[in-house]
Ligand binder design. Structure first.
Ligand code: FAD
Length: 508
């Protein structure tokens, strides 16, 4: 995530003259001109990271080789971005917006990173200030360090408390995962219609079938490190404990070194994906049902009425959409519980939470970023009232914004007690934020039926903004191959070597 790529447009071979084969696709892609079929219509449901990027990838194919398709995107909300959206303190748009959902991405997230550059957005480092980080167990602060989460890994404090082996082994575990993850951007990227197969191609089965704690323990990482540092990160990133969540998600939680965000809101990436697509965007348009028409096409019934499509891309977690599906399709999507997360945003004039609010000696400095471990509760102690509580800078002179993630509602009385009555603006939002991620080897089908694809099948594997853009890229490639004997890269020559920091889908 560190180097700016060189924006070298790879020469696109025009026309359809040369025979070529996309890697991992079994059949050669025919180079015959596509027959003119005016009714080539594709519907995308959901305009979050997954749906907006699906429209963008289709747009790339349209731009590269004149793919003749019409794309409609349906979104029930009034806005683009889904779980990535901002709110303004006091609903005052002259104050800096605050992320209400997805906040950060990292440099290994090459689609997000690239999009920010291509769309002339501004990336900012998502660093906490020097007021430090701490881990709260519901009764005491078990660990504190200056410099924030990302700066502490090599610190003397870490070495003193956890020794050398556990942090080093954990870092190796994360680095190995990232190394494999990066292959998804290469010319040789696997393409998948089955996530279990993708997982074995990436050699991640061992991570998926064990909890984060079991996997790290088998690597000799100490329980103290697992249930403090590692669990603090699984709880803030996925609202789940280290002993309940698979080790792939554990590694993803530990990866945000060099975390960044888009100035003004990450949702702008998704707006720009749509602006750079040729899709018709229908906001405030609820999809109610999807069925097969007699001709084998797909019928979508929505607030717009009934429309017929060659293919459908579902880019929302199906169980939360209330969309009626044919029984043979819905039966292919296993039940998928999501973590119901309470997000509480507030502003306060207190620059930090007073120690007395935690019943700690007045001399204790409470860090700006408080993460939590469940280990106190696991051993009979008090459950932490929140998963994380962190200061996110000033909204104006002397007034700070604080974000709290919790399993249940944070009441006004609790806020008032914690912040000594110095609370200004409060905004609450409940999300079905991310899948519950127990160890598993079963995933929903990526292709639910011929011409019907499911982006969010990827979420129980990894759930982030970036991975939704990867899942949609894969789905668009599958769709184009199966329905139109083509691909996102069309007839462009595939060679990663000519482009620095090549990113599949952008540079082909
Ligand atoms: C509080 C929180 C913090 C997070 N933090 C991070 C983070 O820091 N970094 C990160 O990468 N990820 C984070 N995530 C996860 C990230 O937000 C998601 O993985 C990602 O945004 C999912 O994108 P999506 O497009 O698949 O789904 P969504 O964003 O949920 O989009 C689906 C869209 O479909 C629409 N829709 C649903 N049903 C219908 C229907 N019937 N008709 C029409 N439209 C419909 C919805 O309105 C929605 O806009 C966080 C999530 C939450 C909630």
């Amino acid at each position: 995530m560190r180097l700016y790529h060189l924006l070298v447009a790879f020469p696109i071979v025009s026309g359809f003259q040369l025979p070529f084969q996309l890697p991992f696709f079994n059949q050669p892609i025919t180079q015959e001109p596509l027959p003119p079929v005016p009714s080539r219509r594709i519907a995308i449901i959901g305009a979050g990271a997954g749906g907006s990027s699906a429209a963008f990838w289709l747009g790339k194919a349209q731009e590269r080789f004149g793919l003749d398709v019409e794309v409609d995107i349906y979104e029930k909300n009034t806005y683009v971005g889904g779980r990535s959206t901002v709110v303004y303190p006091y609903e005052n748009t002259s104050l800096p917006p605050v992320e209400l959902g997805a906040s950060i991405f990292v440099k290994a997230n090459k689609n997000m990173w690239r999009a920010v550059d291509e769309f002339n957005l501004t990336r900012r480092d998502f660093r906490e200030d020097s007021s430090g980080m701490g881990i709260w167990n519901g009764e005491s602060l078990v660990f504190t360090a200056m410099g924030g989460w990302w700066g502490i890994w090599d610190s003397v404090k870490i070495l003193l408390r956890y020794g050398f082996h556990s942090p080093r082994k954990t870092q190796q575990f994360v680095d190995k995962m990232i190394g494999k993850f990066l292959t998804l951007y290469s010319v040789e990227t696997p393409k998948w219609d089955n996530i279990t197969h993708l997982s074995s191609a990436l050699e991640w089965t061992e991570l998926l079938t064990q909890s984060t704690s079991d996997y790290l323990a088998s690597e000799g990482v100490s329980n103290q490190f697992i249930y403090e540092l590692v669990e603090a990160s699984t709880r803030v990133n996925y609202g789940q404990n280290a002993d309940g969540m698979h080790a792939l998600a554990g590694a993803v939680s530990l990866a945000p070194t060099g975390a960044s965000a888009v100035e003004g809101g990450n949702f702008q990436v998704f707006e720009q994906f749509l602006n750079h697509s040729k899709a018709n965007v229908y906001l405030e348009t609820l999809v109610k049902s999807i069925s097969r028409s007699a001709s084998g096409q797909w019928q979508i019934t929505s607030d717009r009425g009934s429309e017929t499509y060659m293919a459908v891309i579902l880019a929302a977690p199906w169980h939360s959409t209330n969309i009626e599906l044919p029984a043979d399709i819905s039966s292919r999507i296993p039940a998928q519980p999501y973590v119901h997360l309470h997000v509480t945003l507030l502003s306060t004039t207190l620059p930090s939470v007073p120690a007395q609010s935690f019943s700690l000696p007045a001399s204790t400095k409470i860090p700006a970023m408080l993460l939590t471990t469940f280990d106190g509760a696991r051993n009979g102690g008090t459950r932490p009232e929140f998963n994380s509580l962190s200061y996110h800078g000033a909204i104006r002179e002397g007034e700070f914004v604080v974000k709290i993630f919790s399993e249940s509602r944070i009441e006004d009385a609790w806020l008032s007690k914690m912040f000594e009555g110095q609370v200004g603006w409060v905004h609450r939002k409940e999300w079905d934020a991310y899948p519950v991620l127990p160890p598993t080897t079963t995933f929903p089908d990526v292709k639910l039926a011929p011409g019907f694809y499911y982006v969010n099948a990827f979420e129980p594997f990894i759930s982030t903004m970036e991975t939704e853009t990867l899942a949609s890229r894969n789905v668009v490639d599958l769709l184009l191959k199966e329905e139109l004997q083509s691909g996102i890269c069309g007839s462009a020559e595939l060679s990663g070597e000519a482009v620095e920091d090549y990113v599949y889908g952008w540079d082909c």
